[in-house]
Write a protein that binds this ligand. Structure first.
Ligand code: SAH
Length: 347
């Protein structure tokens, strides 16, 4: 049995032509039914013959994750703990920016990157998420929006939930292609962002995909010394390798990356650190997104005070770096990074 949400259109065409002796356009028809019209019952697919609908019913399903827990914040942020078919629990979040509805999607069950400040890593990775399970996260959030108002929809995607997307490269790439496809979710490439902790092979491979999808890199430090303290991956891929991969991406893909930088009190948030950061990324086209740290009870890290945040931003700006401060959502509902799932599994 195949889950139909697992297939990007090219793979579905291939399967339908080679295994089911169908014409290629069947894949387009199916995409339109399941993503444009959001039909979940094969019998409603009126332009597909009754006999092939029977075949589809036998070999394919349209299963989505189920809602195990739902939290709604005072700012409208929805955080879901979703249950997959094997029982795995995965977090997914909907944030309402003034420019649109942003789904924050998880890419793995747990995470092995071990970043010291992050709650996702409390639970080690048990497996990759299937493409259909990532598509499912967006579908479930989109369904909730449509219950509020049939015209509402998920307009933006960030692959910034639990997991490291480039550690589950193929499934994540199929997922973003389904979202981006005009007969799929039809979300513009520039409204989709994949965020990596800096897996250099992944960045170099992604550079060659010919995609306009945004790439964000969790940098969080201006040098190897500080980065080694908080991100174990930094020992495998030191700063100079990471920066050369970023430059390669800029050249190959013709796009700039965003550096994410969590400000941690007394650790990476001084004016000196800001100057060093500006120097480090000089020669790239990158832009810096400063992230107020979302404190996690079990951890020692503290968020920077407001003055340090603004001084940091000022220093970057004076050094000619474009930077912004990320807006915060759902701080009253554990919306930060793996906290809900970790809490639940502990119980
Ligand atoms: N593995 C990927 C994507 C998941 S993390 C990556 O590292 O980019 C998504 C973003 O949330 C990363 O920038 C991560 O460093 C950040 N993050 C993790 N814990 C956080 C916290 N407690 N407060 C604020 N941002 C956090």
């Amino acid at each position: 049995m195949f889950n139909l949400y697992n297939f990007k259109i090219e793979k579905l065409e291939e399967l339908l032509v080679n295994e089911y002796f169908q014409k290629k356009y069947r894949a387009t028809q199916l995409f339109k039914w399941i993503y444009e019209k959001r039909v979940t019952n094969f019998d409603e697919m009126s332009d597909i013959s009754a006999s092939f609908r029977e075949v589809l019913k036998k070999d394919f399903n349209l299963n989505k994750p189920t809602i195990f827990k739902k939290q709604v914040s005072s700012d409208g942020t929805i955080k879901l703990l979703l249950q997959m078919e094997d029982g795995a629990l995965v977090e997914t979040v909907l944030m309402r920016y003034n420019y649109g509805n942003v789904a924050c999607v998880s890419s793995e069950v747990g995470c092995n990157m071990g970043c010291a400040f992050c709650a996702s890593g409390f639970l080690k990775k048990t497996r990759n998420l299937e493409t259909s399970e990532m598509v499912g996260q967006v579908l479930v959030l989109d369904d909730l929006l449509k219950e509020e108002d049939p015209n509402k929809r998920v307009t933006h995607i960030v692959v910034m939930g639990t997991g490291e997307p480039f550690d589950n490269y193929d499934n994540v790439l199929d997922f973003v292609r389904i979202l981006n496809h005009p007969y799929g979710f039809a979300i513009g490439a520039r409204h989709i962002t994949v965020s990596t902790c800096g897996l250099v092979e992944g960045i170099r491979r992604y550079a060659k995909e010919g995609l306009q999808i945004n790439l964000a890199i969790s940098l969080h430090a201006p040098n190897d010394e500080i980065r080694n303290k908080i991100m174990p991956i930094s020992k495998k891929y030191p700063m100079d390798e990471l920066m050369s991969a970023v430059k390669y991406y800029e050249k190959e893909a013709g796009r700039r990356v965003t550096f994410e930088y969590i400000l941690l009190k007394g650790l990476n948030d001084s004016k000196e650190n800001a100057k060093e950061l500006a120097k480090l990324i000089k020669g790239t086209l990158a832009y810096v997104n400063l992230i107020p740290y979302n404190p996690i009870k079990e951890l020692v890290y503290q968020r920077s005070d407001e003055k340090s945040v603004h001084d940091f931003l000022d220093t970057l700006t004076k050094c000619g770096v474009t930077a912004t401060i990320r807006k915060e959502f759902g701080t009253d509902i554990d919306a930060a990074c793996g906290q809900l799932r970790a809490k639940n599994e502990k119980k």
